[in-house]
Design a binder for this molecule. Structure first.
Ligand code: HEC
Ligand code: HEC
Length: 283
């Protein structure tokens, strides 16, 4: 851990040492529905200089919150996913198509989400899953784009990601992705807001410690879209980023902004090796 003393002196946010129970991740194992083993701990990818081991956020949650992810019948995020299965099979838009009429069974997307986000070779644009869904809706179906953080969109993204559950995240950071990745990395290490805190100050230097009432994780996104109990819905990666930046009392980037796309690629790459865990459940 790097540089937390100066941070502490500056903010006194982190209750180091005062809560002896909150020391790092727990040792629990995540097996969903008694069959899908989730990798919640792995050696950090080579590009991470300051962290040896990466952990899913699940390992930092209370037993009660963890339990909600053990069985899909208990996972409140699955309701929105079920609604997305219906939407997937429903014809919408001027072309008279449904997702299923072109793509067949949704399990044809198995493995795809583990490699997202990625750069579209034709346009050179960094695509996150929401971009792909809306491109198919507007260009293939003649339907309206969905709102970024609405249930329609996040349910569909979760449904597609779910087809890769258990598979290790493996996003490319080289080639066409490299400049986006560098941009995301820069954002990750920039200090924002009145509190002058970067993502790294909390999620790299202080994971395992308590911040107010929260047990800080590494801020991984392998489980997104995630059902957040506090918001009582599936939330997008960008919604979570916004919330975290707001907590530093800073102005923030918009959901669907290029900054958040780049940050998503970078944060995703910090989880290379952890299983896709969608839909995760968090406090
Ligand atoms: C009219 C046909 C059509 C419809 C309808 C359609 N898509 Fe697509 N979709 C495509 C095409 C074409 C591609 C690009 C394939 C490629 O680049 O190889 C694509 C790509 C994708 C991909 C990326 C998969 C990959 O392997 O590259 C996803 C995910 C996806 N669509 C989801 C959806 C969803 C969800 C819906 C419904 C909201 C939908 N699509 C509706 C034609 C369609
Ligand atoms: C002031 C400290 C702080 C800063 C700065 C901060 N976060 Fe967080 N973040 C939290 C807390 C607290 C939580 C909830 C506990 C947890 O999951 O770690 C959280 C949760 C998250 C999660 C959810 C993790 C999961 O398992 O679902 C992600 C992702 C995340 N943060 C990313 C970021 C990113 C990216 C940045 C920089 C833009 C950032 N955070 C900045 C405190 C912070």
């Amino acid at each position: 851990m790097r540089g937390y003393t100066s941070l502490l002196a500056g903010t006194a946010l982190f209750a180091l040492g005062t809560l002896p129970l909150a020391a790092g991740p727990d040792d629990d194992q995540l097996v969903i529905n008694g069959e899908t083993e989730i990798i919640t701990e792995a050696a950090a990818p080579a590009h991470m200089e300051y962290v040896d081991t990466i952990y899913s956020g699940w390992r930092f949650r209370t037993d009660e919150t963890q339990a909600l992810e053990l069985d899909d019948f208990d996972n409140p995020g699955m309701l929105t996913v079920d609604a997305a299965i219906e939407a997937y099979n429903t014809v919408e838009g001027s072309a008279g198509e449904s997702c299923a009429s072109c793509h067949g069974d949704v399990d044809s997307f198995a493995g795809f989400a583990a490699t997202m986000p990625k750069v579209n070779e034709d346009t050179g644009k960094l695509m996150v899953m929401e971009d792909i869904v809306n491109t198919c809706r507007t260009e293939q179906m003649g339907a309206e784009a969905w709102k970024w953080s609405g249930d329609d969109m996040q349910g569909m993204v979760a449904l597609i990601n779910l087809q890769s559950r258990g598979e290790p995240v493996n996003v490319a950071i080289d080639g066409a992705a490299a400049p986006f990745w560098e941009q995301g990395k820069e954002i990750y290490y920039t200090r924002y807001g009145q509190l002058e805190l970067s993502c790294a100050n909390c999620h790299e230097d202080n994971y395992g410690n308590m911040i107010r009432a929260d047990h800080l994780s590494q801020g991984q996104i392998n489980g997104f879209p995630t059902y957040r109990l506090k918001q009582a819905k599936l939330i997008s990666v960008h919604n979570r980023f916004r919330g975290c930046i707001r907590d530093t009392r800073a102005e923030t980037f918009a959901e669907g902004s290029d900054e958040f796309r780049a940050l998503e690629l970078y944060v995703r790459s910090r989880g290379n090796g952890l299983s896709v865990e969608t839909p995760a459940v968090r406090q």
